[in-house]
Design a protein. Structure first.
Length: 257
């Protein structure tokens, strides 16, 4: 059952050390209710949290983290002691041959001039190649123990954005509301992008930063519409391509209902 938001609760959360943290609660659903608060939180890398940030997260009720980063990222950021359980579910891990093929497809998409088409094209490519990984992320949230769950990658925008879009869709949140939540990441991460732009040495590097910083709502809408066209929706994509069971889909939706 939906839990109304107390007046003092904001979807945007201030956890010291992170920039892009927000609760998935309070979103309206198609049946007239709203998603549950303090159940699922999205974030940029929680490895950036200070001691104060960790205390805030734990006090908020977070007990499990779903880390979507890959092995290559952890090589530069080895796990340390944290006050919650961490479940690693890499969103994109590929063999050398797969990586070469994906990179060739990415270059073709990157030649598109329209930012929305580039972003949605990237996402759909990854979802086709890594459907089992995407489903595993949803499964990890669905089967997490009691308590709040935080889902994160590095910036909390792309991998986290897709996984959280799936969770919201399964909970019955309309597509335009899901896309609006996704679009907030560009603003939330702006201080980090501005710092990267200031440090960039070439115009090519600055253009790359501008590209990766974008999170246009229409790009997420395009992804959801294309999954509807190809599979009949997010649930069918996760079931048919990712291998989620009906029970897991119900559990995932229940996290936010």
């Amino acid at each position: 059952m939906s839990q109304p938001s107390p007046p003092e609760v904001s979807r945007n959360l201030d956890w010291d050390g992170c920039l892009n943290v927000r609760d998935l609660g309070g979103h309206p659903t198609a049946d007239g209710t709203e998603t549950r608060w303090r159940s699922v939180v999205r974030a940029d890398s929680i490895r950036r949290l200070t001691d104060e940030g960790w205390r805030t997260a734990v006090d908020y009720g977070i007990r499990t983290a779903i880390d979507l980063r890959g092995d290559h990222e952890l090589a530069d950021d080895p796990p340390g002691d944290v006050p919650i359980d961490v479940v690693r579910v890499p969103f994109m891990e590929a063999s050398a041959d797969d990586t070469k093929r994906i990179e060739a497809e990415l270059k073709a998409i990157a030649r598109l001039q329209e930012p929305v088409a580039v972003t949605s094209g990237f996402y759909l490519l990854f979802l086709e190649h890594f459907s089992k990984n995407a489903a595993a992320g949803v499964r990890a949230v669905a089967r997490a123990p009691d308590g709040g769950v935080v889902v994160h990658c590095a910036g909390g925008k792309d991998r986290t954005g897709l996984l959280c879009a799936f969770l919201l869709d399964l909970a019955g949140v309309p597509a335009d509301e899901i896309a609006a939540d996704y679009a907030l990441s560009e603003h939330r991460l702006r201080p980090r992008y501005d710092a990267w732009l200031a440090e960039a040495e070439t115009e090519a590097e600055r253009e790359r930063i501008r590209r990766v910083s974008r999170s246009p709502a229409d790009a997420m809408l395009g992804v959801l519409e294309e999954l509807e066209r190809r599979y009949g929706g997010v649930a069918e994509y996760l079931r048919r391509s990712g291998g989620l069971t009906d029970e897991e889909l119900v559990l995932a939706a229940g996290r936010l209902r």
